[in-house]
Design a protein around this ligand. Structure first.
Ligand SMILES: [Fe+2]
Length: 208
């Protein structure tokens, strides 16, 4: 409950698209993806990576809709060592399956919309996301999902398997779900607690 209380009063930065972007890719970083067309959104954090923390609450969290809390631990590739200071970027649709825009978006927000956020794992590798559960794309068979991009030190940002929802009727048999998901299984098992949908996903880094 304490975490929920804290999250509701975290500065709401996810919709602040007018702030200058202060993070840049390092050309010396190791490249995992030859091409990651959406990874650049990670660098659009409105504050320096060093000022992020392990909690992010999207600015629309208090608007109507199913509230979703996802948390987990990011581990090194060895599978057991918690990974601190890992930058995470997520974005997703609203309940109608649309990436919502306000019309003044710049950069990747023109595609990703304002339901997005940035985090930095703490010393225990933990992260906490408070958002509204997305819907599937309109008139599609694509299961609802949350995109996530990961940045570990010395490695260029890369995508991991989307977050999906085990209770999504569009999920079974969907080709969107990988057999060997990067970052580990992204299918969330939802529990209902304190008026929120709650799930956990641990993440394993791709690079040592
Ligand atoms: Fe998507």
């Amino acid at each position: 409950m304490k975490k929920i209380f804290i999250a509701l009063f975290v500065p709401l930065i996810a919709c602040s698209q007018s702030l200058p972007h202060v993070n840049k890719p390092n050309p010396n970083d190791i490249k995992i993806d030859e091409r990651c067309e959406n990874c650049g959104g990670l660098y659009e954090s409105p504050v320096p990576f060093s000022q992020l923390n392990e909690i992010d609450t999207v600015s629309c969290f208090n608007e109507p809709g199913p509230k979703l809390y996802v948390s987990g631990i990011v581990y090194q590739k060895d599978g057991k060592t918690p990974a601190a200071d890992i930058i995470l970027y997520f974005y997703h649709t609203d309940q109608t399956g649309v990436y919502p825009k306000r019309g003044n978006e710049k950069g990747y927000a023109r595609d990703h919309g304002y339901l997005r956020g940035w985090l930095r794992t703490n010393a225990k590798g933990e992260y906490h996301i408070y958002t509204l559960r997305p819907g599937s794309y309109p008139d599609s068979r694509n299961p609802a999902h949350i995109h996530m991009v990961v940045k570990q030190p010395g490695v260029e940002a890369y995508w991991i398997e989307d977050f999906f929802f085990a209770d999504d009727p569009l999920l079974p048999g969907s080709s969107d779900v990988s057999r060997n998901p990067r970052g580990g299984n992204g299918v969330l098992t939802i529990e209902h607690k304190n008026g929120m949908q709650v799930a956990r996903r641990n993440i394993w880094l791709e690079w040592m």
